[in-house]
Design a protein around this ligand. Structure first.
Ligand code: BTN
Length: 336
């Protein structure tokens, strides 16, 4: 049944705005034309809208606005991307589900997606606001032969590749705020959480989690979130079809992962980082293991550490931590 659904959807997607005859689809599937019609009726319940014209066939008018597994699989098929995907209307966290799937023996790579997370996780133990309103919560699970030291570079690398695609796809000026925030219009539009299980000196299970505010309505968010966050649709002024976007992002992420494993392309990475670096040349205040540092951001070092030129002219590097915009004067240290 699901395969039949995917073949029908793919035939209509391939037809673009043209009519596709019911007979053609029926022959492809080895079923009757009435059976094709019955499947299309079922697909209508999932939110598809078709136009049916006698002697011409069917034309896809509208696809479901929300994530829909068979449609996502149909798009992945069109991009010749064979990855196994698990799509949930609601979940605690896609990263947690990926962990559970690995523990149950599911073969990697695979992707877990959801339209709503009840316990979405962010970096530094924070919560990731994940309401059901057309955003994307995606985790990709891998089992690489990777040194734990490479994880930071891996996450930054994935970030620049996704950012480049999103910029081209949406035509929006996205950038990356070190280490893993996607920024649009000076506000956060997405974030990355890479989690790993490390055995002795090797990364065994690697879960790349990516949250992207696609169609979220900022006016409905709690004030504390709305102040610093936005969505692609909010800036673009129109809803973005989530299924083709999710399929593309999965493909981009899988390619980026494979490229990373084949051998890290440092030069390409540095060029991309420079292109998308949100912090470059800005006054920032950072909180790392060494405490608080203020300075002007000067890109990143080859190991992915943030470079900060402090007031006394020294260059400090920060390997992990939190960064916000501002100078020493505007910086209020947090009271423990
Ligand atoms: C951040 O703090 O900026 C990282 C946010 C990462 C959120 C994504 S949503 C999909 C995946 N599942 C989670 O629970 N978290 C990540």
């Amino acid at each position: 049944m699901p395969d039949t659904e995917i073949v029908i959807i793919q035939s209509l997607l391939r037809g673009a705005n043209e009519f596709v005859s019911g007979r053609c689809i029926a022959e492809k599937l080895g079923i009757s034309r009435v059976a094709v019609w019955a499947r299309l009726e079922k697909l209508k319940e999932a939110g598809f809208i078709f136009e049916a014209v006698r002697h011409k066939g069917y034309r896809l008018i509208e696809e479901p606005p929300e994530l829909y597994g068979p449609l996502l699989r149909a798009y992945l098929g069109l991009h010749e991307c064979e990855v196994n995907i698990l799509c949930f209307p609601e979940i605690d966290s896609t990263n947690s589900e990926a962990e559970r799937q690995i523990a149950d023996g599911r073969k990697t790579p695979f992707a877990v997606l959801s339209s709503c997370q009840r316990r979405g996780r962010g970096r530094q133990g924070r919560r990731w606001h994940s309401p059901e309103e057309g955003n994307l919560y995606l985790s990709l699970a891998f089992q690489p032969q990777m040194s734990p030291r490479d994880m930071q570079l891996f996450t930054l690398w994935m970030g620049v590749r996704l950012c480049r695609y999103l910029k081209e796809f949406c035509g929006l000026p996205l950038s990356l705020k070190w280490p893993n925030d996607l920024v649009l219009d000076g506000k956060k539009v997405g974030g990355i959480l890479t989690e790993a299980r490390i055995d002795s000196d090797s990364t065994r299970d690697l879960i790349f989690g990516f949250g992207l505010n696609v169609n979220g309505r900022c006016e409905d968010w709690p004030e504390s979130i709305a102040r610093g966050a936005t969505s692609l649709a909010n800036v673009k002024g129109e809803r973005i079809p989530i299924n083709p976007l999710a399929a593309r992002l999965i493909k981009i992420a899988l390619n980026a992962y494979e490229d990373f494993c084949r051998g890290f392309a440092l030069e390409e990475f540095m060029t991309l980082w420079e292109r998308f670096d949100f912090l470059k040349g800005k006054n920032v205040r950072a909180r790392g293991k060494k405490g608080a540092i203020c300075g002007v951001a000067e890109g990143i070092a080859e190991d992915g550490a943030l470079r900060l030129r402090t007031e006394d002219g020294n260059m400090e590097t920060l390997w992990a931590g939190e960064v916000s915009l501002g100078t020493a004067e505007t910086f209020v240290p947090e009271i423990a």
